[in-house]
Design a protein around this ligand. Structure first.
Ligand code: ADP
Ligand code: MG
Length: 198
């Protein structure tokens, strides 16, 4: 992956979050505290403001710096988790990386999110999108298939009962709503896959 490409991919992910901010806040109003879209939009704007300063930097450095912005600006539970994902991905990626290097780095970064969140797939969080995406990337799926898998995985959080994060306070009442973090994660993955093409 060229270093220019990473800036484009981070850019489309950030723009998608900004475009869908109201939808994400709406989802969080059902099973959380109605701030996920607001939080994510603030972080996405900070990342977009940072990108021009990172021009020409190695891919890993661009990802790490974006993660730092997410930790500082998103707040909530999701900020440190998305921040960890981007920072760890940045740290794990070798300067010139193959697809296999990327798949290995992604798995490593998702493991770091689990440690940070004391969480795992199956708890109605962003990890329910990250885990199947990780498997699709490792299997060598093409971007359209990865996108479809991520969007379906977010939908699949609707019947789940939350056992981590704010939504877990609702117990059974968390059932029947899509997890906001799963949706934001799927939206970003879908945008990145669209940018990568078929
Ligand atoms: P907060 O819950 O602090 O208001 P946000 O609304 O920004 O933060 O983000 C909520 C999302 O964060 C949830 O929908 C869920 O996907 C994700 N999340 C929360 N806690 C965890 C956790 N421990 N592990 C993984 N994801 C989590
Ligand atoms: Mg919230």
């Amino acid at each position: 992956m060229a270093d220019v490409l990473i800036e484009q991919l981070i850019g489309v992910a950030a723009q998608t979050v900004i475009r869908h901010a109201d939808e994400l806040t709406e989802l969080d109003s059902a099973i959380g505290d109605a701030d996920h879209g607001i939080n994510m939009k603030r972080g996405a704007e900070a990342v977009l403001a940072e990108l021009p300063k990172l021009k020409g930097k190695p891919m890993g450095e661009v990802l790490h710096a974006s993660g730092v912005q997410l930790v500082m600006k998103v707040g909530g539970a999701s900020g440190p988790l998305y921040g960890t994902l981007a920072m760890e991905l940045g740290k794990a990626l070798p300067a010139s990386s193959t697809r296999a290097d990327f798949a290995a780095a992604l798995s490593q970064a998702i493991e770091a999110v689990k440690v940070r969140g004391k969480s795992d797939a199956g708890q109605k969080t962003m990890l329910d999108v990250l885990a199947p995406t990780d498997r699709a990337v490792a299997a060598g799926d093409a971007p359209p298939a990865i996108k479809a898998r991520a969007l379906a995985a977010a939908e699949a959080t609707v019947p789940m009962k939350a056992t981590r994060g704010r939504a877990s306070f609702l117990g059974d009442r968390s059932i029947g709503h899509m997890d906001p973090g799963a949706r934001s994660c799927a939206l970003m993955i879908a945008a990145i896959c669209d940018a990568l093409g078929g």
